[in-house]
Ligand binder design. Structure first.
Ligand code: PLZ
Length: 437
């Protein structure tokens, strides 16, 4: 178990100096960031070298659903490292077989073939390759506000008004974007949002692309980077049904929403959807680099022999971490915990919204909850207020992330193992940040 040691300012300064001299971070261009030197972590906390402790309502990047340094994951990694650290993807090994079996047991329907990759973007790329091989078609349909990664193809799949792709084109061709049922910002109001957005999306696909040309429709069942948007109820089933009746591969990108985050193993289960392919990463291995595409055998087998690959995919140590993580989620019934977290958070956040009219929308499921901040009395996005609240929380020892196309969403991703006292402590810090501002 990691225990927070006494402060060691010199060690922290050395870590920071070497970092600033040589490490290139995401978001670091033009020196805009000032990374905190982290000395360790345990459960719901991580800490720096100066004696400060932070309650982690980000799970880093939605990775540590089971908390930091979970003993089961640490032990599984240690054991596997002593036994076999690496093996080429072409061999069968016990941990990879078992990790695949555990994932297959949890994915809905008959999705039981798994291709392991290292990260989420790579999983999405492979899902597109598989869908194109299966359908012998090329077009890929994605949605407004969607995020799917930072490689050239996945940047193309990512929504255009986000900071991730500026100046990096030309992007991959044959990618088409259609409207998303975003209830809070749907022009005619939330009531008809699902129906109208689905009709518009289907109309665009049918008339502008031709359904017969579409290989895949890719959607996050709850959007992550785009602002924790829950597509209006009924939208996803309508799109999934359209995909099915037109021979289009329906891909659920559950890289953020999967593995108990929303109170289900996969968020698409809430509307009874069985996708053709599911992409996963992050929580699957408690933050170790492992990701996967899971699908039905006849779709997964469509790519030609030798067509899919990668040196590190399904690394045994990462697979061992997945075994520890999935076992922990099952044993502790983290789906039930996520639902309880939702109850507590939504209760407290709804009360805050009564008090502070810059909280415009409150949404999300399970332990994937967000508030959208607006200018008082309007629906105009308030990115400055959002950044200020996040900063105030950080100064008070709570890490919360911002997201959304307009930079005005505060997202809360507590570890699913968090106790209710700590959860409330984090919410107290948030409430004080609002009061202060
Ligand atoms: N699909 C739905 O959320 C990763 C990115 C953070 P990788 N999201 C966090 C950042 O600033 O880079 C993500 C996702 C969804 C795909 C991905 C991509 O997963 O493992 O980051 O490649």
């Amino acid at each position: 178990m990691s225990v927070q040691p006494s402060p060691d300012h010199a060690a922290g300064a050395a870590v920071k100096a070497a970092d600033r001299a040589h490490v290139f971070h995401s978001w670091s261009a033009q020196g805009l960031i000032d990374p905190l030197a982290v000395a360790g972590a345990e459960g719901s906390y991580f800490w720096d070298y100066d004696g400060n402790r932070y309650l982690d309502f980000s799970c880093q990047l939605v990775n540590t659903n089971i908390g930091h340094q979970h003993p089961k994951v640490v032990a599984a990694i240690q054991e596997q490292a002593a036994k076999l650290c690496t093996i080429a993807p072409g061999f069968a090994v016990d941990v990879r077989s078992e990790a695949a079996r555990l994932v297959a047991e949890r994915t809905p329907g008959d999705l039981d073939k798994i291709f392991f990759t290292n990260g989420g973007a790579e999983a999405v790329e492979n899902a597109v390759k598989i869908a194109r091989s299966h359908t012998k078609r090329q077009a890929v349909v994605v949605f407004d506000h969607g995020y799917h990664g930072r490689t050239n193809l996945t940047m193309a799949l990512t929504a255009k008004n986000m900071p991730y792709k500026h100046g990096f084109g030309p992007f991959a061709p044959e990618v088409y974007r259609v409207p998303l049922a975003y209830p809070y910002r749907w022009l005619t109001g939330p009531e008809n949002c699902a129906e109208e957005a689905a009709a518009q999306a289907i109309d665009m696909i049918s008339k502008q692309i031709g359904a017969e040309n579409v290989a895949a429709i890719i959607i996050e069942p709850i959007l992550g980077e785009g602002g924790f948007i829950e597509p209006a109820k009924g939208f996803l089933p309508r799109i999934a049904e359209f995909a099915k009746s037109n021979g289009i591969v329906f891909v659920a990108d559950e890289i953020q929403s999967g593995f108990c985050r929303t109170g289900q193993w996969f968020a698409c289960e809430d509307e009874g959807i069985v996708p053709d392919l599911i992409t996963t990463a992050k929580g699957i291995a408690g933050g170790l680099p492992l990701a996967a595409v899971t699908g039905r055998a006849e779709i997964m087998d469509a790519a030609h022999s030798g067509g899919l690959g990668g040196t590190y995919g399904g690394n045994p140590v990462a697979c061992a971490a997945a075994l520890g993580a999935i076992e922990t989620m099952r044993e502790l019934d983290l789906n039930a915990r996520a639902k309880r977290i939702e109850e507590v958070m939504k209760g407290r956040l709804a009360a805050m919204r009564e008090k502070y009219d810059i909280i415009g929308d409150l949404r999300g499921r399970g332990a994937m909850i967000a508030i959208e901040l607006v200018k008082s009395g309007t629906k105009d996005p308030n990115p400055e207020g959002t950044a200020a609240v996040a900063k105030a929380c950080h100064s008070a020892g709570l890490l919360v992330l911002t997201c959304g196309t307009y930079g005005n969403v505060l997202r809360f991703l507590p570890p699913l193992v968090i106790g209710e006292d700590l959860l409330n402590e984090g919410l107290d810090i948030l409430e004080s940040a609002f009061a202060e501002l």
